[in-house]
Design a protein around this ligand. Sequence first.
Ligand code: 5GP
Ligand code: ZN
Length: 113
Amino acid sequence: MSCIFCKIVSGDIPSKKIYEDENILVIEDINPQALIHVLIITKEHIKSANHLTKENIDVIGKMFLAAKVVAKQMNIDESGYRLINNCGTDGGQSVNHLHIHLLGGEKLGENLR
Ligand code: 5GP
Ligand code: ZN
């Protein structure tokens, strides 16, 4: 198994855990791009948004709910935050295991690219 995020999920690579449930792990990004930058990761290895199937519909909803819980936990639910999924090469995906970036804690730029 060569996937970094699978190794983080299994505990083989250490991480700063923010939230965990049966399906989802939320960790601090190792190279933060904002004051708050965490990664919402599926425990199951799914390569990308482009590899989702109907069987994954449940876990997608759970990722967004985990984002909401973490935003509240980190006290940025009122100030706001940004959720980003990079998909594939042109989308800038560097780890091929499904995850959503949650960025906040400051006013973010308005560019989408
Ligand atoms: P992507 O570019 O695939 O959308 O996002 C991958 C993210 O994973 C990057 O923001 C990168 O900083 C983060 N990352 C890569 N390796 C590790 C690691 O070993 N630990 C943690 N916590 N984050 C990582
Ligand atoms: Zn994986």
